[in-house]
Design a protein around this ligand. Structure first.
Ligand code: HEM
Length: 168
């Protein structure tokens, strides 16, 4: 299985110029696993602040009421306890029941979790569908560095060569 294979199957099931439907998006399970694995290894958002509303003791350290605490996405994403062989790109981690609750948190968690998550999923899947079914894509700089300027940003703007694929 590959994300491209899944997307080509969906494209084939549609008439020419027929738009994607919500049902098609729901079928893109493997592609979403690929996107999740990319967000696990390189989270778009590094974390967020919480205000401590009640003094608490965590691992013997007192955290006073009113303090700002910053939770980081990467602390669980790269933990081998939750993601064995954490540097390996392996979308199958998201199959079945997937990672344990609150270990995969690119969109945060709890009541302040990102309200844009489902919209982001729709955008990411629609983008991937169109790119992989309509173009061949090659990176211009195969080893382009990623800078973490809050969000991960390709150093040179990620130039690519796009070649339109012939319609079958
Ligand atoms: C891949 C895309 C995105 C990622 C990785 C992401 C990630 C996050 C994270 C980590 C938080 C903090 C959650 C927490 O503190 O528990 C957050 C909050 C938020 N996000 Fe996103 N986000 C994405 C896309 C979007 C989009 C598309 C929208 C709007 C259309 C959006 C709107 C918001 C808002 C309004 C908050 C603040 C929620 C609150 O504090 O109650 N995000 N996002």
């Amino acid at each position: 299985m590959s994300a491209r294979g899944e997307q080509v199957e969906i494209a084939k099931s549609k008439g020419p110029d027929e738009l994607l439907s919500w049902n098609d998006i729901q079928k893109m399970k493997y592609t979403w696993n690929v996107a999740c694995e990319a967000m696990r290894l390189s989270p778009p958002s590094q974390g967020a602040f919480r205000e401590v509303t009640t003094e608490l003791i965590y691992l013997g350290v007192t955290i006073p009421k009113g303090w700002k605490a910053y939770w980081t996405v990467a602390s669980t994403h790269k933990n081998p306890k939750y993601f064995p062989d954490p540097e390996k790109f392996d979308p199958s981690r998201f199959e079945g029941s997937g990672p344990a609750p609150y270990t995969f948190v690119p969109f945060g968690g709890g009541p302040r979790m990102c309200p844009g998550k489902e919209y982001a999923r729709l955008e990411i899947l629609t983008f991937i569908h169109n790119v992989v079914t309509k173009f061949k894509w090659e990176k211009v700089n195969p080893n382009e560095k990623i800078l973490f300027n809050l969000a991960p940003t390709p150093q040179n703007g990620f130039p690519i060569h796009l070649e339109p694929l012939k319609k079958n």
